[in-house]
Design a protein around this ligand. Structure first.
Ligand code: HEC
Ligand code: HEC
Length: 139
């Protein structure tokens, strides 16, 4: 169970990082990570950073929405801290997306092109996704 969660989390982050942004990680981001609870502890730094960029783009936020720090100088950030509530929600969201991608979409589409959900699938660039259709929409 634990193992399959880790594997699906890796699939999630590889899927999100494959969707764009090949830029090299900025040097201010630490070389080692000390508080990974969902991602594999030995994840390559470019994969982690690309995944984080996808989180930020998916929700239309900056790193500081989930991480303790301010502004553009990422060397002053405490990325390992869990003090920002959004980071804790994001871990739950990662597990949710990994569960959906791991099993629940099996049989949708051809095996080679089974769709994957990403943060963007629901959030569409917003912190809070819409959870109800607009009044009177559709008909
Ligand atoms: C939507 C929330 C969210 C956003 C936005 C976000 N992160 Fe993260 N970040 C997380 C979560 C959750 C973890 C921990 C993942 C885990 O436990 O496996 C994490 C972990 C990290 C870590 C590893 C810290 C450690 O030592 O354990 C780094 C470095 C990091 N993020 C950098 C960034 C950067 C740089 C940005 C902006 C480009 C960013 N993050 C944007 C949620 C976010
Ligand atoms: C299946 C749809 C879905 C997916 C996929 C999804 N989310 Fe969410 N997310 C939601 C919903 C629904 C809420 C709650 C909105 C509300 O509070 O009304 C939410 C809330 C959040 C919040 C709290 C909002 C805030 O104000 O900080 C964070 C953080 C978050 N999601 C991060 C993520 C990240 C990171 C991913 C990708 C790993 C992700 N979500 C993928 C549906 C989704």
């Amino acid at each position: 169970m634990r193992m399959s969660l880790v594997v699906s989390a890796l699939v999630l982050i590889v899927a999100v990082s494959a969707s764009g942004h090949a830029a090299a990680p900025p040097p201010q981001i630490p070389a080692t990570f000390t508080n990974l609870q969902v991602l594999p502890k030995d994840i390559a730094r470019p994969d982690l950073v690309n995944g984080m960029r996808s989180f930020a783009l998916g929700l239309g936020v900056r790193c500081e929405h989930c991480h303790v720090g301010e502004g553009n100088d990422l060397s002053k950030f405490d990325f390992a801290s869990d003090a920002r509530p959004a980071k804790l929600v994001a871990r739950k969201m990662m597990k949710m997306a990994a569960a959906i991608n791991g099993d629940l979409l099996k049989g949708v589409g051809e095996p080679a092109t089974t769709p994957k959900v990403t943060c963007y699938t629901c959030h569409r660039g917003a912190k809070t996704p819409l959870t109800a259709a607009p009044a009177g929409g559709g008909i």
